[in-house]
Design a protein around this ligand. Sequence first.
Ligand code: GLU
Length: 445
Amino acid sequence: MNIYKLRFAPSPTGLLHAGNARVAIINWLMASANGGSMLLRIDDTDHARSNQKYIENIHKDLSWLNLNWSNEVRQSNRTHLYDDAAKTLREMGRLYPCYETEEELQYKRRRQLKAGRPPIYDRKSLSLSKLEKSKLEAKGQKPYFRFKLNHTSIEWGDIMRGSSLFEGKLLSDPILIRGDGRYLYHLPSCVDDLELGITHVIRGEDHVANTAIHVQIFQALGGTHPTFGHLPLMTDIKGVGLSKRFGSITLKALRDEGYEPLALIKYLMSLGSDIGKTPIASINELVKNFDVRKIGRTKPKFDLEQLWAENIRFLHTMSSKVAINRLKQMGMDYVTDEFWNSIKQNIKTFEEARFWYDVCFGDITPIIENFNFNKEALQQLPPEPWDKKTWYKWTHSLAAATKLKGRDLFLPLRKAITGQDHGPELSTLLPLIGRKKVILRLQTS
Ligand code: GLU
């Protein structure tokens, strides 16, 4: 049996966004669900735009999402393999030098379009004689290289799109090598997929036409092509495509905002599929029943509000055992089940628990509006031990003594004890804060 080997292949030319994350997650899930692995391929053939800082961010993003990769390859280290492949293709007559300038090409395209013809490259350079080529080169014109497509039908069975068909004669011979010798995306991608034994390529729908070209490159290089699947591209709620420059939903921004990676994963998977419809405590729960065919063809729309809601739901359903472990790791040593259960409904991010930790176990600045009221409150404060009922006992006797009730009674107490005008039930907070702290806070003038 073929061991599944997938890859995630970002270009380090910007920060990854939620759409890239969805592609990475699906690749990882597909590998994991089939006992395979996912490798990380850094598509950094564009030296000018690639940046080490983006590679570091890719590592951080994937680690944050808990998507492990079996190994990492960088295309910038693999030029010798592309050189070998280019040599093979040239010897077969499938890679040929071209000399048209960008202006000439544009002019040709405009004329073709005007005449109602598709703007397909006319292969003029292919018919240049040896002499003509050397004359051009003597004039200092550096050739770039195109792949000669076979004018046949190109077919593959796409996991998401089903049977896919392109006509070779309706495609322009793609440029594989630029005039400055730099490889463009196509050849390195195919060479790597072959050399690394990639079995499945799952990528965005923007690559469908590239895949038609790749099928022929794989064939020319003597290999069988991987199984392809093209995912619909994610948009924002208005239907506008996401780009790497779309700041607010870069993974870095989401991470910095305090979103939970699992809430993000669940949210991304629930878009356009019935995967991730119920709460998950670990990504492995998605691995169990993962079937890539369940991913629909509708464009997933990213809605930050829905992600917030998902994040809050996630926090509400997090077990106190998991929460307490994390809180302790964050230095909050005194947390208990009672603490987590009383504050979880009042936080939007996990980090916000720290705020309520300080309310219960640390120092806060009380808000005191009526000193006499506080004095009376101190008088009525029941002795310890305290439990959930203490709050009712206390406020009951305080109501009788002050003739205050409802908001007028509760709000000044809340402000004094927590320094806030909103928050978790005071009946649960009170025993956590303890009598000593409550007295101190009520006494502050
Ligand atoms: N670097 C390409 C991209 O980010 C990779 C596409 C592929 O998966 O082949 O779109």
